[in-house]
Design a protein around this ligand. Structure first.
Ligand SMILES: NC(=O)c1ccc[n+]([C@@H]2O[C@H](COP(=O)([O-])OP(=O)(O)OC[C@H]3O[C@@H](n4cnc5c(N)ncnc54)[C@H](OP(=O)(O)O)[C@@H]3O)[C@@H](O)[C@H]2O)c1
Length: 345
């Protein structure tokens, strides 16, 4: 037994788009490195509010155009597509501005800080006829295509259960965006979106959401575990945390077998299929070690956006905007069920 080979996203070369990046912190740097090293996409502009840091970022990454304001980058005719790499709280407003300027947009996860704002972005994108994608990079990884093929072929049988989690322990720091309600802090929006989006990719929108966990009185959630039940009775068990180290793995379990995406499931990893044959467990594995730096795999989402834009699409067929809104709705349903606790010591 062997796993299906991941299929390339596109058979033909994709257009080489001119990207403008808003934000100069961790993900902006990782994204620019990935697309520069691994694709024909061109990062031509950068903007953030701190002029010194923005100029330094441009110099480090060889970016020719530096804008003092995000709006200047959005209006720059030399930019085809805007990558929004700011705190969650700024995503929707910047996406709406980019859409209004007729630009394609790749918005870091989560697309917006609320389902309502995400719906507004989706509606605006469709009305303007531009392509907007949430940068849920896991959807575009080769291992996601292996899973899609196994599900389409029925190799796992009837899917009964999905388990997925993403969590880490970080010290309480009210100044950091993770702990700051004004910047849409908390575990759910930052990393809980990964397991909930993964569960959605397998089971769709849940019909029942039962959750436990803790949040602060200011709304910042610390940890959450949830049982998401789908219309057919399959369940997803998802968890997230910013106060504990979770296993960070994902499992899809069906009547004929199970697929495990080993830690860390949200990046290129080892994929293991276990089925039964002749009364014995049989396993087949595949490890994605394409890149020395796993974050070079951020390049897949950039290629996906360029390819879909070239095809004239206005949303990702692998991650439609209605699903992005549905995941944020699930996050809000989980959040509403958490118990309020005082801040950590
Ligand atoms: N895909 C992934 O694996 C991954 C990993 C990490 C983070 N992320 C996502 O990426 C986003 C950014 O996270 P991060 O940790 O890299 O950075 P961050 O700490 O959120 O920093 C935000 C950056 O955006 C700029 N910024 C802040 N507020 C802004 C605003 N209102 N308008 C314009 N620019 C603003 C900041 O520079 P100035 O202060 O100079 O404006 C800074 O460079 C988050 O949404 C996060 O969820 C994704």
């Amino acid at each position: 037994m062997s796993l299906p080979l991941p299929r390339p996203l596109f058979a033909e070369p994709v257009p080489s788009l001119r990207w403008g990046v808003i934000g100069t912190n961790w993900i902006a740097a990782a994204f620019v490195r990935a697309v520069t090293r691994r694709t024909d996409q061109r990062v031509v502009a950068v903007a953030a509010r701190d002029a010194e840091r923005t100029a330094a970022f441009a110099a480090t990454h060889g970016i020719p155009r530096v804008h003092a304001q995000p709006q200047d980058l959005i209006e720059d005719p030399a930019v085809d597509v805007v990558h929004i790499a700011t705190p969650h709280s700024a995503h929707a407003a910047l996406a709406l501005a980019a859409i209004a300027a007729g630009k394609h947009v790749l918005v870091e996860k989560p697309l917006a800080a609320s389902a309502r704002d995400a719906r507004e972005v989706a509606d605006a994108a469709r009305a303007a006829g531009v392509l907007v994608m949430e940068a849920m990079w896991t959807r575009y990884l080769p291992q996601a295509d292996v899973l899609r093929q196994l599900l389409a072929a029925g190799t796992l049988g009837d899917v009964h259960q999905v388990d997925a989690d993403f969590g880490f322990a970080t010290p309480y720091d009210p100044a950091h965006r993770l702990w700051n309600p004004d910047l849409a802090g908390g575990a759910l929006l930052d990393v809980g979106v990964y397991p909930i989006s993964f569960a959605s990719s397998v089971l769709g929108t849940p019909v029942r959401v039962q959750a436990s966990g803790q949040r602060l009185a200011n709304g910042v959630d610390l940890r959450a575990s949830a049982l998401l039940t789908s219309a057919g009775g399959a369940v997803a068990m998802v968890a997230t945390s910013i106060v504990s180290e979770l296993p960070n793995r994902a499992l899809v379990v069906g009547s004929h077998g199970r697929l495990e995406l080993r830690r860390p499931f949200y990046a290129p990893t080892e994929t293991v299929l276990t089925t039964r044959a002749g009364g014995r467990a049989v396993t087949a594995g595949w490890t994605d070690d394409t890149f020395h730096d796993p974050y070079d795999a951020l390049s897949y989402e950039a290629v996906a956006l360029a390819g879909y834009a070239g095809q004239g699409r206005v949303e990702s067929p692998l991650h439609p905007l209605d699903e992005v809104v549905s995941v944020l709705t699930t996050i809000e349903q989980v959040s509403a069920q958490l118990g309020v606790v005082p801040p950590p010591e």
